[in-house]
Design a protein around this ligand. Structure first.
Ligand SMILES: *Cc1c(COP(=O)(O)O)cnc(C)c1O
Length: 548
């Protein structure tokens, strides 16, 4: 045998066999099992895998493609090593961000397409797996209150991708034909709240509108867009003859779980069109990548409360579902299953109330001569991406099918119950103030104050009184220090893993206000881990008082 043939023989063993070979199949599964075993061995009581060590990025520049072929085992070992020090999102001591632990079916939804590699660019490259995309789109559309017969949607590369779709569609509505001719004159603007995700900026910048053409509407203390200011801004823009490509309502802000008043925004948009006799309707997008999952409560009777949620939880859910129940009023909605849907990354989809909107983005068939030769399902005609993995839709399908509405309600209800418990304890603490008391979700923003600070008055005054600027900054520093100490502890595997936001909002006089953040996403969270947050804060305060 020639040398390359020998190598080829070895390499063939490193692929799943095209025709089932039970011995080899078993070895394939065993290889996965070994890797999983090695990862499992890195688990302890702590919220991290393996040993917490600093990651050395400088060594990366010395990495090279090896000369010789490796083995499946040695490669797997190398992969496993990368996970050392990784946070375990499902650990009840991890309360970092809106990062969920994926459920097992969600994981399988990512694993199976990794093996068979469907390309959902079109039915041609994915056959029935494309059907999973169509299924999940209909399931979720109906869950959110859209008519699944009329609505349409596609999976894309994250919440940022959903915004790109919405804004690009909006541009095409405001400036018809610009997909081909480009934009002439003043670019249209995108309007969102000052608490909207920076992905809006990204989309506007990358679409060539320029991020200066974002009009940002101030939020109220409860982190929702002030609709009266939206109305006056839109009227001003219309009077100036500026076109509005998209109004983005954030349905669950990233830091505070603020929810914009979608119904009012829709009314304001509709009135604007008639008052100024606009020849187009500004596109209204709901960035619900976090909030969408609360749709599961739309038809839950909170009065009867068959799942027996505690009273405080019921009230929190009532607040959220009152807002999220309005999603059907938006022209499009962004959904991240990889946030509040317990699916692994990347699993996001954008929905249009009217599937015909997606056709605004369609490219001419002459540009894709080698595609779409057979079948009827060809999202690749209008998707931004060419190749798309089947893992997004399959993971989403698996999560939704496993959980069902009852499962979503149970998990979200539990996370909110734990967050409410945390709020209760934080609010009772003389030196702590909860900064988003009116946003009843799984995330709690709070500030810790040094001994002696009157937390009944100071936090409020810091937000409004410019004379407090220095104090505000000092207290930002104090909270940063608390965060660092808690984080240091967490990396040693003690206490809890929290996060921090440098600017959950600006004070009325323009200074960023930081906050510590607990985002409870673990199904395993329980009261004792809520208490652990308070204990971590106490230890950090003592160390600072002691001169640390
Ligand atoms: C996370 C987030 C995004 C970005 O979504 P990715 O899936 O991380 O790309 C956009 N908007 C909001 C409100 C978010 O919380």
């Amino acid at each position: 045998m020639s040398d390359y043939r020998v190598h080829l023989q070895t390499l063939r063993r490193a692929f799943p066999q095209p025709v089932s070979d039970q011995e080899h199949d078993a070895w394939f599964v065993f290889s996965m099992l070994r890797a999983l075993d090695q990862l499992d061995a890195m688990k302890s009581e702590r919220p991290i895998l393996g040993e917490p060590a600093a990651t050395d990025f400088r060594s990366a520049a010395d990495r090279r493609v090896p000369e010789e072929t490796g083995t499946v085992e040695s490669t797997a070992r190398q992969l496993v090593d990368y996970f050392s020090g990784m946070f375990i999102w499902g650990h009840p001591r991890t309360q970092v961000n809106v990062i969920p632990p994926p459920c097992i079916p969600g994981i399988l939804g990512t694993l199976l397409p990794a093996i068979y590699n469907p390309n959902i660019c079109s039915e041609e490259g994915s056959r029935g797996v494309s059907l999973a995309e169509a299924d999940v789109i209909a399931m979720t559309a109906e869950l959110m209150g859209y008519d699944p017969q009329r609505a349409g949607g596609v999976f894309t590369f994250g919440g940022t991708g959903t915004l790109l779709y919405a804004i690009r569609t909006g541009i095409e509505k405001a400036c018809p034909g610009s997909l081909r001719s480009g934009l002439a004159g003043d670019p249209p603007v995108v309007v969102c709240s000052d608490d909207a995700h920076y992905a809006c900026d990204t989309a506007v910048a990358w679409l060539g509108l320029g991020s200066d053409n974002i009009v940002s509407i101030p939020t109220a203390a409860n982190n929702e867009m002030r609709s009266c200011l939206l109305e006056s801004e839109l009227n001003r823009l219309a009077a100036e003859g500026r076109r509005v490509a998209c109004i983005v309502a954030t349905m669950g802000t990233t830091d505070a779980f603020g929810i914009d008043p979608l119904e009012q925004i829709r009314e304001i948009r509709d009135e604007l069109v008639s008052r100024h006799c606009l020849d187009y309707v500004p596109h209204l997008h709901a960035d619900a990548v976090i909030g969408w999952a609360w749709s599961a409560f739309r038809d839950y009777d909170l009065q009867a409360n068959s799942l027996r949620f505690p009273d405080r939880t019921r009230r929190a859910l009532a607040w959220a579902v009152r807002h999220i129940g309005q999603l059907r009023l938006a022209d499009s909605v962004g959904v991240d299953y990889h946030k509040t849907g317990f699916a692994p990354y990347v699993s996001s989809a954008v929905f249009f109330r009217d599937a015909a909107d997606l056709q605004l983005l369609a490219r001419s068939p002459s540009t894709t001569p080698y595609l779409f030769q057979s079948g009827e399902y060809h999202p690749g005609r209008f998707t931004l991406e060419t190749s798309r993995s089947g893992s997004g839709p399959l993971a989403a399908f698996a999560s939704l099918s496993l959980l069902g509405k009852t499962g979503l309600r149970t998990l979200l209800g539990h996370l909110v119950t734990m967050a409410e418990l945390l709020r209760d304890r934080l609010q009772s603490h003389p030196c702590v103030t909860v900064m988003n008391p009116e946003n009843y979700g799984p995330v709690t923003l709070f500030r810790v104050y040094p001994p002696g600070v009157d937390t009944f008055e100071i936090p409020q005054r810091e937000l409004t009184d410019a004379a407090m600027a220095d104090q505000l900054r000092q207290h930002n520093d104090y909270n940063r220090r608390i965060f660092e100490l808690i984080h240091e502890e967490a990396l040693r595997g003690e206490g809890v893993v929290l996060s921090m936001t440098d600017r959950w909002r600006e004070s009325d006089y323009g200074v960023p206000v930081s906050a510590l953040k607990s985002y409870i996403m673990s199904p395993f969270s329980e009261e004792q881990y809520v208490q652990a947050v308070l204990e971590s804060i106490e230890r950090a305060r003592k160390r600072i008082a002691g001169g640390d």
